[in-house]
Design a protein around this ligand. Structure first.
Ligand SMILES: NC(=O)c1ccc[n+]([C@@H]2O[C@H](COP(=O)([O-])OP(=O)(O)OC[C@H]3O[C@@H](n4cnc5c(N)ncnc54)[C@H](OP(=O)(O)O)[C@@H]3O)[C@@H](O)[C@H]2O)c1
Length: 227
């Protein structure tokens, strides 16, 4: 997919991965829509022409407002990159019900609610959707049961959606990065991070995401980050 002139939404655009993804999309010529729950964290200084929108994935109607705003401004949607998410650590028995619910709402349920609204517009442009799941979708970890389960659920949805949406020529790509130095592990919903080895740089992961879009890949497994 050539990104030049394509209208691409980045959810979590103010985050550690969202920022370099947005930067690389813009460098490839995409027209950006930046979205996240805290508009003040969106990189509007870096992308002054971008449409910037408050969006909380936990709100079932978030996709309606997003689609209305993007169609009103640009008349089309070519891409959706979901770089939003939350994490929690610790034994399951010590993890509050509300935390488990929030993990699933943000990491799985919200992205699926959102895609229901955006997918028809991607079909009109033969567009692309990218979800950042995680290595734990492939290798679930002790102390991260609910997070791992949420990422495995998103990854499974992506595998099904790849098949479901390809008839409409919408590409679905599941990206499963290993630990990356975004600071995510230092701001969990609950618990505290185990000692982790030095992670990838966010820009490295962002580069893989853009390469996958350009190459029409349907997944970037964790093994693809090894070299
Ligand atoms: N970092 C890693 O080691 C790693 C590895 C594999 C996969 N991932 C995945 O990559 C994605 C991005 O993580 P990151 O490392 O960039 O973390 P990050 O720096 O904390 O960024 C997370 C982003 O998600 C947004 N967000 C949180 N709750 C949201 C909600 N309810 N609705 C919409 N947006 C919401 C945040 O917005 P605000 O800042 O406005 O709150 C922020 O922009 C996550 O799905 C994460 O699980 C990360």
């Amino acid at each position: 997919m050539d990104l030049d002139g394509r209208v691409v939404i980045v959810i979590g655009a103010g985050g550690g991965l969202g920022r370099p993804i947005a930067r690389r999309l813009a460098a490839a010529g995409a027209t950006l829509v930046l979205a996240g729950p805290h508009p003040e964290r969106l990189p509007v200084d870096e992308h002054p022409d971008a449409l910037a929108l408050a969006l909380d994935l936990r709100d079932p109607r978030a996709g309606d407002g997003l689609v209305d705003a993007v169609i009103e401004r640009h008349g089309r949607i070519d891409g959706l990159v979901n770089a939003a998410g939350v994490v929690a650590f610790g034994p399951l028995v010590d993890t509050d019900d509300a935390v488990i619910e929030e993990l699933f709402l943000t990491n799985v349920v919200g992205p699926l609610w959102l895609l229901r609204r955006v997918a028809p517009h991607l079909a009109a442009t033969e567009g692309v959707v990218v979800h950042i799941s995680a290595v734990v979708a492939e290798q679930p970890m002790a102390g991260m049961a609910a997070y791992s389960a949420s990422k495995a659920a998103l990854s499974a949805a992506d595998a099904a959606l790849f098949r479901e949406l390809r008839r409409q020529k919408v590409r679905v790509c599941d990206v499963r990065p290993p630990h990356t130095e975004t600071g995510l592990a230092d701001r969990p919903l609950s618990g505290s991070s185990p000692r982790l080895p030095e992670g990838l740089t966010p820009d490295e992961v962002a580069g893989r995401v853009i390469d996958a879009i350009l190459a029409d890949d349907h997944e970037v497994p964790s093994s693809a980050f090894a070299d």
